[in-house]
Structure formats: structure tokens, C-alpha cells
Design a protein around this ligand. Structure first.
Ligand code: PMP
Ligand code: GLN
Length: 371
């Protein structure tokens, strides 16, 4: 095999899925709901499958109706007029979008900064590109029981930047902590990106899963950051349809065009049917953005209720949950489990909220918390 295909053969999710199947365990690691997407999305898919043209290839960079719907929605969210043809790329999941961004911009020997804890695929993707990963941790404050207590040390972050740094990945909302970065925290990152001429790859797949009293600030809206930011989104997370594996990248033409090139020369185009259906669903939801009947609003309200219930259950069995401001996951300090658990300064488990509470038979005990 080529060098780029070696050294990262082990994949956490491949292993977890196999183990869960083998042991018939509930897989709480993988971020997927146990309910379906909104009915209007399913209806849109059925309807559009009847039209012959939706069953054929479509525009490589993204189906026109979808990139138009995305540009309309993000123009509103980012407060600037986006060009659907040049500022958007659609590919196979946020996964592929991340991969296209990394491969389009990182040369052998370039450095990429990852904020720990991070979504696992960033590291092998950087390795495949031949880049060097530099890690900066989110550190727990004195009381680490809430996701916002986990913060970057500005000095430590600055020390990670060097003339070789090409890119930083910030996952906001963060998986697995559920941390939402404040404007001040994002500004520290932004200033360093500008000073060192670094591309900021913002993984914002959980953009709609933010809970009451919080605000998701978009890096691309900070002064001088549109030009150097790629924002990554996912239809899977947006519409609770993770199996649809559709992702998009939003950014300035001078960055997005290279990701469009990577996409055109790997998969060429993402399935037309799914793009057409998501376009129709986005049109519906963009028209009622921020209103109580918007799917994104309802999903957040529903998941927050589950978050609170699961936190209660964790406390009941003696675990200390880290309350997330956002996202699908909750982590818990397993130190109270004592010696039965591998020694670690702070041992953490994570649980997927949507699956958990919708299963009324599920009883959690410290043992069943182990994957
Ligand atoms: N980024 C993060 C932080 C994620 O949690 C996930 C999904 N688990 C992805 C990217 C990938 O999303 P997709 O399923 O759209 O490829
Ligand atoms: N746990 C992963 C997530 O964050 C699952 C990713 C995957 O399926 N590759 O949702």
C-alpha cells in the first residue's frame, strides 16, 4: 500500500459498530438518533423520486436547488450575501467536506492545530495529507461540571501557532464536550489565524443543537474571518438523518473552489435525489427559522429535555455529568466508579442523548455505562 494508506487502519467507529453487533450492546458512542427525520423531508424524497431528472447525475459542486437553498439560509445566518455557485460545496457527509478541506490546503510537513478533545477523523485525515498535528487542549476549570468550564489557555493556543501552521480545526459546538465557544474565545482564535495567515476550518455540524440560554456564534461572521473560514455543515445532523451522509462547506470562492476540485475528482457528485429532497426541506425550514414550529427549534427543545433527564439518571447512579450546552453527547466523570475503571485523571464516558431516553426499558447502572 501507499504510505498514505498505512498507519491508520484502526477506526474507532468500525470497531465500536462491530463490537455492538457482536455483543448486542446499545451503541451509545455513535451520534445517531433512534427516530426518523421530519415527515416533510421523507415526503420530499418520495415526491422527487418520481421525477426522472432527479434520478440522474447532477452538478458536481452541488445540485443547483440545494446550493441555492443553502446560500439563502447561510446568507441570513452569516449576515452576508452568499453566491450559491462559488461559496458552497456539497459532498458525502461533513466527513468528506473535512477531508476535501484538509487535502486541498495541507502539504507534506505543514502543521494543523487540533483542539482536544476532538472528533476522531481529524487526525487520520491530517496524516493522510502528510501534515503534522499540533494539539491544544480544552482544560477543565476548577469546577468542570459544565461544558463551558472547559477552556483554551490563550498562551498555550498561541504557542501552538508557528510559521508552518496552515490550518486550525475548531469544532463548535464541540463533540464530545458539548462546549459552545463564546465570541471572546473565538476572537482569540481569529486574531491568531489572521496574524499567522491560517485557514480556520469550523466544524459546525451541531449548529442547531444548542440549548436554552446559549448562542452559537459563527467564526465566519467575526471581523476579517469570512475570507479565511470554511464552515462545515451536515444534513445528517440538521435533519436527524445521519444515514443520508450529506455535508456541505460554506466559504469564500478562493477557498471553496479548491474543495470543489477535490470533490469533482473523488466522487464527482453527491446523489441528486437526496440533494433535491434536502433542498426542499431547507426551503421550508428557512422560511420559519427561529420560530417555534421550525424543526431546528423543536429538535433543540426536545434534545435539551433528554439532556436534563439523562443528567439526572447519571447523578442517581453516582456519576458526575458534564452538562453540555449543545450537541448530541454528554460526558461524565467516572472516577466514582472507583478501581473497577482504568485509572485516569478524569475518566469520561459519553452518551448519546436521543437514543437513550426514547428507550423506556433501558436501565443504566455504572456497569451498563461501559461500552
Ligand atoms: N463532525 C463532527 C463533530 C461529528 O460529530 C460528525 C458526525 N459524527 C461529523 C463531523 C460527520 O458528519 P457526517 O455524518 O455528515 O459525515
Ligand atoms: N460518534 C460519531 C459521531 O460523532 C460517529 C461518527 C461515525 O459514525 N463515523 O457522531
Amino acid at each position: 500500500p501507499a504510505k498514505r494508506a498505512t498507519g491508520h487502519g484502526k477506526n474507532l467507529w468500525v470497531e465500536f459498530v462491530a463490537l455492538a453487533m457482536e455483543t448486542k450492546a446499545i451503541n451509545l458512542g455513535q451520534g445517531m438518533p433512534d427516530f426518523g427525520p421530519p415527515q416533510h423531508l421523507i415526503d420530499a424524497l418520495c415526491d422527487c423520486s418520481q421525477e426522472a431528472k432527479n434520478n440522474q447525475y447532477t452538478r458536481s459542486q452541488g445540485h443547483v436547488r440545494l446550493v441555492t437553498a443553502l446560500a439563502n439560509m447561510y446568507s441570513r445566518l452569516m449576515g452576508r450575501q452568499l453566491n450559491p455557485m462559488t461559496d458552497v460545496v456539497v459532498s458525502m457527509g461533513a466527513y468528506s467536506i473535512l477531508s476535501h478541506a484538509i487535502n486541498a490546503f495541507l502539504e507534506e510537513g505543514d502543521e494543523i492545530i487540533l483542539v482536544e478533545p476532538f472528533f476522531d477523523c481529524y487526525q487520520p485525515m491530517a496524516k493522510i495529507a502528510g501534515a503534522k498535528t499540533v494539539f491544544v487542549p480544552l482544560r477543565p476549570g476548577q469546577y468542570a461540571g459544565h461544558s463551558k468550564d472547559w477552556v483554551l489557555d490563550p498562551g498555550e493556543l498561541e504557542a501552538a501557532f508557528s510559521p508552518k501552521t496552515k490550518m486550525i480545526i475548531v469544532n463548535n459546538p464541540n463533540n464530545p464536550l458539548g462546549k459552545l465557544f463564546t465570541t471572546e474565545e473565538l476572537t482569540v482564535v481569529a486574531e491568531l489565524c489572521k496574524r499567522y495567515d491560517v485557514i480556520c476550518l469550523m466544524d459546525e455540524v451541531y449548529e442547531w443543537l444548542t440549548y436554552s440560554g446559549t448562542k452559537h456564534v459563527r467564526m465566519a461572521t467575526l471581523p476579517g474571518m469570512w475570507e479565511r473560514t470554511i464552515t462545515v455543515g451536515s444534513a445528517g445532523k440538521t435533519f436527524s438523518a445521519t444515514g443520508w451522509k450529506m455535508g456541505w462547506g460554506i466559504g469564500p470562492e478562493h477557498l471553496v473552489k479548491h474543495m470543489q476540485t477535490m470533490h469533482a475528482n473523488t466522487g464527482y457528485c453527491y446523489p441528486t435525489l437526496l440533494q433535491e429532497a434536502v433542498a426542499r426541506a431547507l426551503e421550508v425550514e428557512t422560511a420559519r427559522l427561529g420560530q417555534p414550529d421550525c424543526y431546528f427549534t423543536q429538535l433543540a427543545v426536545d434534545t435539551e429535555r433528554k439532556r436534563d433527564e439523562i443528567a439526572e439518571v447519571l447523578r442517581e447512579v453516582g456519576l458526575e455529568p458534564i452538562i453540555p450546552d449543545s450537541g448530541y453527547f454528554m460526558m461524565a466523570d467516572t472516577t466514582p466508579l472507583g478501581d473497577s475503571h482504568p485509572p485516569a485523571p478524569l475518566s469520561l464516558l459519553f452518551f448519546i442523548l436521543p437514543c437513550f431516553i426514547t428507550n423506556p426499558d433501558l436501565k443504566i447502572s455504572p456497569c451498563s455505562g461501559k461500552v
